[in-house]
Design a protein around this ligand. Structure first.
Ligand code: FAD
Length: 632
């Protein structure tokens, strides 16, 4: 009997389970094996998607854009086994072709779910649970699954020998091969967070460090009291929802199609700020008028050529200018071809003049000013990335008006049919991300590119443009701002502690500031290996079987904070530089590019390719250590 241990039974862990079932007939026919799933949270949903969380928290993907199944686009060695996307699954539940156990609220949501709905995380939980059970059922008769409701704290065992996994219950599991699928891990407090926590304790204040909003205790944030919220990304959106609607407030239809907020009186006063000072761009609700233009400036072929011809790759110098130009190319193609009434020349004429110009050049700005009639259609990428940069406001009231105006414009540009060019921009960005993926493993990247640009700057820009909240969340933010529950602090947010024992939030662009007795760092923990709170990861590194990625060149030395894995095999790389043939790792904390877990259907998702490859590697070990049963 072979024993495969998967630590972490979230979407990645059970995605690999499905692939074990899919590949078993080819690679482990007749081989008796046990898959041990180790997770303190429910298998399938795991921690992030567990059912036990507020029904107000949602996915930021649409129901039509979520699947756990491979499809005809999947380039994998194992068999493609299609299955329903989230919306198709909901349709089958509605028509009784799939039976699921769920509460009334989720059942009602399934009944009304549409392809463009943003489902609750509790609904996704039921989909993932169903997916997990189906994967278990499709394993061969020679295989079984054992679930261990516990955390793994250590793994022992030398290379190419049996491994032993120790759980926090004290129990152990003997393993032939171990997969770490730990997902989004937490962090021990950073020095700044420790200082703020100490200051808060000394002065009886509330300080909430970076965390997973669903797991955070918000009870200390008192009704009517100001709370500084540092961060305006998705964690802040979750926080705002929990502290407003979650405290009994209601959104009602308001003037001019917007919303009006009816407070419950239980909400704190939220003071929102960040580096940009504005929320992420809303999800897009329009559709393309023109056929999507072929990528021209940053394609997989261009990326490969660049990689082959350079000694050292710089993301900012070599790649970003090409991606920026690709984004502008896609955007203006849709504007000129889809909406010729909004421009004063033809696409052919514009494209010919655009071609030789730099993405950030003065000449391009002049060309756009001369040919794009309405300034709202002129795309300046620097301003798009930092809309309030350089702006000065005479008062906080002025800033509130400016941020509300910005959000209203963003909503218009991302939903009105005449602004479908923003959708083309999104596609160009998305396909650039895919094409970048083809050279992301190159050893030629400069240390600065790997440590800063590819690990921080670029994912942040991508999230700001492409992974923002659904439009209705921004409508809600506008209503909360008008109701005085939310106040914007401004860009380049500064948080200080005052001699009087309070927190002070201010922006260099706005006079004055706000004092408060509560501060929330509304972002996910920076899950670096050096500071991880995950006992299994700490043990892996402490034992020398795993190592944090350190990089150095003549410009910069530093760490990406990720666990080194061999990109081609997902085998963990140890302190001595060699791979461990019995330990594999996937997920956001590894040096493999972040690929999420579920995907848009029909996109040859990298996560499914990785799951297939990893499952095949696990089965190969199983087949090596356990003889096949006769006649099985
Ligand atoms: C708050 C949040 C919202 C998101 N929303 C979306 C979205 O809307 N759309 C989208 O496409 N992506 C979203 N993502 C991206 C996310 O990466 C994927 O949706 C998915 O959760 C990743 O799956 P995973 O299994 O790798 O990680 P996780 O979902 O984090 O699962 C990992 C599992 O490992 C377990 N684990 C960790 N350490 C141990 C240990 N030592 N012992 C035992 N078990 C352990 C955890 O308990 C957890 O259940 C979101 C991520 C977060 C954090």
């Amino acid at each position: 009997m072979a024993d495969i241990v998967i630590i972490g039974a979230g979407p990645r862990g059970v995605g690999v389970l499905e692939r074990l079932a899919a590949n078993a007939a080819e690679l482990a026919s007749g081989v008796p094996f046990t898959v041990h799933l180790v997770d303190p949270h429910p298998a399938g949903a795991g921690r992030i998607w567990r059912a036990d969380q507020s029904p107000l928290l949602k996915l930021n993907s649409m129901a039509a854009d979520v699947t756990m199944f491979t499809d005809a686009t999947s380039t994998i060695d194992g068999p493609v086994l299609p299955g329903p996307s989230l919306i198709e699954w909901a349709e089958r539940v509605r028509t009784c072709r799939i039976a699921v156990a769920c509460d009334d609220a989720v059942r009602a949501e399934i009944q009304s779910l549409e392809p463009s709905s943003f489902p609750t995380r509790r609904l996704q939980s039921v989909y993932l649970d169903w997916f997990y059970r189906r994967a278990v059922d499709s394993l061969p008769a020679t295989a079984r699954v054992v679930v261990h409701v516990a955390s793994a704290v250590a793994v022992s065992g030398e290379r190419d020998a049996a491994q032993r996994v120790t759980l926090d219950t004290g129990a152990t599991i003997d393993a032939d091969v171990v997969l770490y699928a730990l997902g989004h891990t937490g962090s021990l407090p950073e020095p700044e967070h420790e200082l703020l926590a100490r200051f808060a304790r000394r002065n009886s204040l509330v300080y909430i460090p970076p965390g997973y909003t669903a797991d955070v205790d918000l009870a200390g944030l008192r009704p009517g009291e100001p709370v500084i919220v540092r961060g305006m990304g998705l964690a802040a959106v979750d926080l705002v929802v929990l502290l407003t609607e979650g405290r009994g407030g209601r959104f009602l239809p308001g003037p001019r199609g917007g919303l009006r907020y009816l407070p419950s009186g239980e909400e704190p006063r939220l003071l929102l700020g960040s580096r940009r000072g504005v929320p992420y761009h809303s999800k897009i609700g329009s559709s393309l008028r023109a056929t999507r233009v072929e990528p021209r400036y940053f394609t997989a072929a261009v990326a490969a050529g660049l990689e082959a011809s350079s000694d050292r790759l710089s993301f900012r110098d070599d790649v970003w200018p090409l991606i920026a130009k690709e984004m502008l190319w896609g955007y203006y193609h849709e504007l000129f071809v889809g909406h010729p009434e909004r421009v004063s020349t033809t696409w052919a004429e514009f494209a010919a003049r655009f071609d030789p110009l730099g993405a950030h050049s003065r000449e391009l700005e002049q060309l756009v000013s001369a040919t794009v009639i309405d300034p709202i259609d002129r795309l300046d990428l620097a301003e798009f990335d930092a809309p309030l940069r350089g702006a000065r406001y005479a008062s906080s009231a002025d800033l509130q008006g400016a941020v509300r105006g910005y959000i209203e414009r963003d909503l218009l540009q991302r939903s009105a049919p005449e602004h479908s060019a923003t959708l083309a921009l999104f596609y160009s960005l998305l396909y650039s991300l895919f094409d970048l993926g083809t050279i992301i493993d190159s050893p030629k990247w400069s240390a600065r590119s790997r440590i800063h640009d590819l690990a921080v700057w670029w994912p942040n820009l991508f999230s700001f443009i492409a992974s923002g909240p659904p439009a209705h969340r921004l409508d809600e933010l506008l209503a909360l701002s008008r109701a005085g529950v939310v106040t914007f602090v401004g860009p380049d947010l500064r948080v200080e502690t005052t001699p009087g024992g309070e927190f002070l939030a201010s922006s260099p662009n706005v006079p004055g500031g706000f004092v408060a007795r509560a501060l929330v760092d509304a972002r996910l923990p920076a899950a670096t290996i050096g500071r991880t709170d995950n006992a299994a990861l700490r043990d892996l590194v402490a034992e020398g079987h795993g190592v944090e990625e350190l990089l150095a060149d003549d410009d910069l030395a530093g760490s990406t904070g990720r666990l080194r894995v061999d990109a081609a095999s997902s085998l963990v790389i140890g302190a001595d530089g060699s791979t461990h043939p019995r330990r594999l790792a996937v997920g956001a904390y590894t040096t493999a590019p972040f690929v999420g877990a579920f995907a848009r259907p029909g996109t040859n998702a990298v996560s499914f390719r990785e799951n297939d490859r990893v499952a095949r590697a696990l089965l190969e070990v199983a087949a090596r250590v356990a003889p096949a049963l006769q006649g099985a």
